[in-house]
Structures are given as structure tokens and as C-alpha cells.
Write a protein that binds this ligand. Structure first.
Ligand code: 5GP
Length: 196
């Protein structure tokens, strides 16, 4: 092993998961805006189409279904999941390596199963954080007041949330997003304590 390798600092991996409607993206964006040194976002790959405002290589690496399956076959993923029927998402080894090998820290926004798998693979190098709504009723109310989803879609999201919440105790930290500013602050402190 060279001297450079011996002294090389390896970065940490932060995994965040949450049911939809828990404010996860808002919390992650605020943490990245605060600009904690060397905390970078891991850009996942997906075969879903970009939404308005999303850019390839920034929000996701947008692949065709065929390209996604080729990447699985080429062993390019640390983990991948079919999060919704026909919709695949995966964490690229290259994303983690490019950041962590240089001593940088990386934040992954991935689903519950992916998060648990990353913890299994990287062990103590990982802190997993799960965001919870104050209650299922509050979550339902938040989704209804966004006014973007039909009632049956809301029912589906709520039952998916209940399923995801059943994994919460397998995460290192659980943060209830009751008050957004408090949740951001708690997340920031959790990450800083882990990194430093
Ligand atoms: P969206 O399509 O709304 O951006 O994301 C849908 C879900 O896929 C979210 O729960 C998100 O956390 C999850 N997701 C995004 N990237 C990955 C990934 O690389 N791996 C896994 N397992 N889930 C992901």
C-alpha cells in the first residue's frame, strides 16, 4: 500500500429515506444549501422520464430501461430497486467512489430497502436517517392539501407510507418532521456529529 493510500481519509455516507410527503427533499436541499464542507449529493440512475426542471446528471442520470438493465448486468450499481412497478432506481458505484475515495462525504436520497442495503454493505461508514410524519393522519392531510393527487392516488401513497414506516426502526436515526425548521436543524446536527 502506498503512503498516499495509507493516509487517505475515507468519506462518510449519509442515507436518507422517507415516505413521500414527509418533506425529505426540502430537508436535503436545505442541508446542501447550508454547504457543509465536502457533503455531496449522490446522483442516482433511473429509467423514469425527467420531470419539468430536472436535468440529466444533476437530479438523476436518466437512462432508458435497456440502459438501466445493461448497467445492472455490468455490475455498476451498489444497490438498485424497482421502487414503483416498472420504475427502476439505483445507486451507482461510480458516484459513491468518486466522492468517498477522495475523503468527501456523500448523501443518498433512496428508498427504504436501498437504504438498508447500503448500510449492510458499508457498515459503520454509513448513517441512515428516516424521516417520519407526525402521524399517518397528518401525512394524509398534507397530501390532500397539496391538491395534486386524486383520492385513490392519495390512498395508495398512504398505504405505501405505512409499509415504509414499518422499516423505520431499522434506521440509525428517526426524525419526526413536525416542524420543518426543527427537523432541518436536527438533521444537520445528526450529520455533523457523524462526520466530525
Ligand atoms: P422520485 O421519482 O420521486 O424522484 O423518487 C421516487 C423514490 O425513489 C424516492 O423514494 C427516492 O428516494 C427513491 N430513489 C431515488 N434514487 C434511488 C436509488 O438510487 N435507489 C433506491 N433504492 N431508491 C431510490
Amino acid at each position: 500500500m502506498s503512503t498516499e493510500q495509507t493516509h487517505r481519509k475515507t468519506g462518510k455516507i449519509i442515507v436518507v429515506s422517507a415516505p413521500s410527503g414527509c418533506g425529505k427533499s426540502t430537508i436535503i436541499n436545505s442541508i446542501l444549501d447550508i454547504g457543509h464542507s465536502e457533503l455531496r449529493f449522490s446522483v442516482s440512475a433511473t429509467n423514469r422520464r425527467p420531470r419539468p426542471g430536472e436535468a440529466d446528471g444533476v437530479h438523476y442520470h436518466f437512462l432508458t430501461t435497456e440502459e438501466f438493465h445493461d448497467a445492472i448486468a455490468a455490475n455498476k450499481f451498489v444497490e438498485w430497486e424497482e421502487v414503483y412497478p416498472g420504475r427502476f432506481y439505483g445507486t451507482l458505484k461510480s458516484e459513491i467512489d468518486r466522492i468517498v475515495d477522495k475523503g468527501g462525504n456523500v448523501i443518498l436520497d433512496i428508498d427504504v430497502k436501498g437504504g438498508i442495503n447500503v448500510k449492510k454493505i458499508y457498515g459503520d461508514q454509513v448513517k441512515t436517517i428516516f424521516f417520519l410524519p407526525p402521524s399517518i393522519d397528518v401525512l394524509r392531510h398534507r397530501l390532500e392539501s397539496r391538491g395534486t393527487d386524486a383520492p385513490e392516488v392519495i390512498d395508495e401513497r398512504v398505504s405505501k407510507a405505512e409499509y415504509e414506516i414499518s422499516f423505520a426502526d431499522r434506521f440509525d436515526e428517526r426524525i419526526v418532521n413536525d416542524d420543518l425548521d426543527k427537523a432541518i436543524d436536527q438533521t444537520r446536527r445528526t450529520i455533523e456529529d457523524f462526520i466530525e
